[in-house]
Design a protein around this ligand. Structure first.
Ligand code: PTJ
Length: 252
């Protein structure tokens, strides 16, 4: 469909179109459309913008990624479809491998997503069935399969659009977890070390921008940024931001 750029919901409509095509191409599962719809509702409650709390989390997450010994970027169908290009750029900036990790895991989808990301410029994609030989215990889905060269040995993992099981299990395995999830109430958001309550289409470009800005800072400054961040407190601020936004509508 040809969506007019003049349409007030152009961005949202074109993202939906991109996702519908990603389902046709086998990158995304139809369930991913439902997940996206729910996230859109949360995005509305934030005014569809990156809030103060999300910016703070983005900075702390960037500091965590830059100081990590072995950061890994995990990618599922929705993430590949929405920000495949940006994830590759971030992976180059951080020298961090990309690993495909799917809830609705099939060999075919792993392959389709890996090929898609390679066409966009990724050098190597970990986590395809031959590589995902390790098990992360405590995950009740095929997300438990991990690549020993990637998430298996990572000390820090970026997990956009996840389910709570894996966030909790990765934390239990001693890894630091950065989540991107528009739902501040989700188990993922609550379990992560740092949660970016932001749309992934803004959050990943935000990480790239922040990394460009702070990557030359001395390590101790980056560590101070991390130490000054409290995820629980930041999620509470996010909920206050939602309430404040709604109050604005109620009183206008
Ligand atoms: O590609 P697969 O097989 O790994 O499947 C991907 C989905 C997303 C279907 C799967 O991981 C799933 O079912 O996830 P959940 O449990 O629905 O959780 C996804 C979370 O991501 C929800 O809390 C959504 O609010 C959030 N989310 C979805 N789209 C976005 C988002 N958060 C930020 N930006 C989005 N665009």
């Amino acid at each position: 469909m040809n969506i007019s750029k003049a349409h007030p919901r152009f961005l949202s409509l074109s993202i939906r179109e991109r996702l519908a095509n990603a389902v046709k191409d086998g990158i995304m599962v139809p369930e991913g459309l439902i997940a996206h719809g729910r996230a859109e509702a949360f995005d509305y409650l934030l005014g569809e913008k990156t809030t103060f709390a999300a910016s703070k989390a983005t900075l702390a997450a960037t500091a965590l990624l830059l100081t990590a010994e072995y950061p890994v970027l995990s990618v599922n169908g929705n993430t590949a479809a929405l920000v495949g290009r940006e994830i590759i750029r971030l992976s180059h900036m951080l020298s961090a491998p990309i690993e495909v990790n799917l809830f609705h895991r099939t060999r075919q989808r792993e392959h389709v997503i890996a090929q898609y990301l390679k066409r966009l410029g990724a050098r190597e994609i970990l986590g395809t069935r031959e590589g995902a030989k390790m098990t992360i215990w405590g995950i009740a889905s095929p997300r438990r399969e991990a690549d020993p060269r990637g998430i298996g040995r990572a000390d820090t993992v970026l997990i956009p659009l996840e389910d709570g099981d894996r966030a909790e299990a990765l934390e239990r395995a001693g890894k630091r977890v950065i989540a991107i999830d528009l739902n501040p109430l989700s188990r993922t958001s609550q379990a992560a070390t740092i949660t970016l309550v932001d749309n992934v289409v803004r959050a990943v470009p935000g990480l790239i921008k922040a990394a460009t800005r702070v990557r030359s800072l001395p390590r101790r400054k980056l560590v101070t940024i991390i130490e000054n961040f409290d995820n629980e407190e930041n999620l509470a601020i996010t909920i206050q931001e939602m309430i404040g936004y709604l109050r604005g509508w109620a009183t206008d």
